[in-house]
Design a protein around this ligand. Structure first.
Ligand SMILES: [Zn+2]
Length: 302
């Protein structure tokens, strides 16, 4: 029986239950915490594999995009089942993949934002933050289906040190002047505990490549500021071929202060942003089976 929940909105609570059940069920699955969110929720990670090829896969920088957390958790489960059973997936021997790779999978980088987007203003949010949030939300208490940022109103995927000031200027030009539902970069790079934790983790792991999962568009962004590191295009093309997603060279605001941008700029390694699914965020659960099948085989091209 499948452990990963795919029939309800993927709150941090649902993720946590799935996460620890999977870790208990598959003893070879290493796991840990890369840091904590503003509200103190642990930022969980799995490590699948013991090999030297290290890849970081990160979901839900954005609250509305929690379907990426479900995707990554379900992918871990399928990999574990196939490894345990000594199975192959198409041309890939999963146990050989386990030995050659170490996938560091952070299913939900922004648990506070995800919960705000799914559950609205809950009691675990301190009163002073609740009133700040209502202020940022134009006086409305309605957050459900709307929030991308973390609980400080900072867009985590614009909080990295890569063309940070340019990203901020483009935001201003678009009328983004301060904290809110999305797109505000913050006062300085890595100002938020979630983005700082991922940046620290990336610096500690020194991965060979990274993938940041977002929604939506069925698109893959690669390259940064006119530069694509060795192997970057090849990785993006392989992922595109398997997933059926379209390749896009990033530009404008999508090419500033994101995790992919910072990784390419700082480490000169392949990094892509994968935009799963198609439609309006939060994507409906009915899209999950297709999102899963499009992306699972692509992960094996890493
Ligand atoms: Zn996103």
């Amino acid at each position: 029986m499948q452990i990963t929940t795919t029939n309800k909105n993927y709150t941090f609570g649902v993720l946590t239950e799935d996460f620890y059940t999977l870790c208990k069920h598959f003893s070879f699955l290493e796991h840990g915490v890369i840091g904590k969110s503003v509200l103190g929720k642990p930022l969980l990670f799995f490590r699948f594999g013991t090999g030297s090829k290290k890849v970081i896969l990160c979901g839900a920088h954005h609250g509305k995009e929690w379907i990426t957390s479900m995707l990554l958790t379900a992918a871990v489960e399928k990999l574990c089942r196939m490894h345990q059973g000594g199975e192959r997936f198409l041309e890939t021997d999963i146990s050989a993949f386990f030995q050659s790779h170490s996938l560091y999978i952070i299913p939900m980088l922004n648990p506070d934002g995800v919960n705000l987007c799914i559950q609205g203003l809950t009691d675990d949010i301190p009163v002073f933050l609740r009133s700040r949030l209502i202020g940022m939300n134009g006086g409305s208490r309605d957050f459900i289906g709307k929030w991308q940022s973390n609980i400080h109103g900072i867009d985590l995927n614009h909080n990295y040190n890569a063309l940070f000031e340019k990203g901020k200027a483009l935001g201003f030009a678009d009328g983004v002047y301060g904290p809110g539902a999305g797109r505000f970069s913050g006062e300085h790079p890595e100002s938020e505990p979630e983005s700082r934790a991922l940046a620290d983790f990336t610096r500690a792991i020194c991965p060979d490549s990274v993938i940041a999962y977002h929604a939506q568009g069925q698109e893959i962004f690669y390259g940064f500021n006119g530069f694509c590191p060795a192997g970057g295009e090849q990785m993006a093309k392989a992922y595109a071929e398997k997933s059926g997603y379209r390749l896009i060279t990033a530009s404008g605001l999508t090419d500033c202060s994101g995790y992919k941008d910072w990784v390419i700029d700082s480490f000169r390694i392949p990094a892509i942003t994968v935009e799963v699914g198609l439609g309006e965020n939060p994507l409906p659960l009915s899209q999950f089976p297709k999102i899963f099948s499009d992306n699972f085989s692509a992960i094996l091209t890493l």
